[in-house]
Design a protein around this ligand. Sequence first.
Ligand SMILES: [Zn+2]
Length: 131
Amino acid sequence: MTPPAEGVERTEDSADFFDYADRGVLLLRRCDACGEVRGPQEAWCVSCRAEEHTVVEAGGGGSLVSWAVVHRAPLPWLETPYVAAVVEVDEGPWLLVRLATSGDPLEVGTRLHLEVDRVPGSEPLLVARTS
Ligand SMILES: [Zn+2]
């Protein structure tokens, strides 16, 4: 399993991620050498270190791995408190995202749906919602 990584910044390499996120689609990267699927922010494969990849669209499902309530936001436009969660995307990689809860108790393995949220003045943000 892939450990969670830091956020994605818009660069020439990640522009396709943001362009698709604008349309509500999460892009992942499938290693051309070994087939491992990794997050959009990972430049090389954690299994074989190859950089070559093919972009694939995620189905939008995932499972809750871990979470924490954040009371001091790292970015000024994020309202607190919010829940930060590590989600195992159905395709395999783990992503660190905000979690919008329905108020039901959270458990490891809770099924989640990943969506793209728009915050004025910001790049698109991934948000996981309880199903
Ligand atoms: Zn690989």
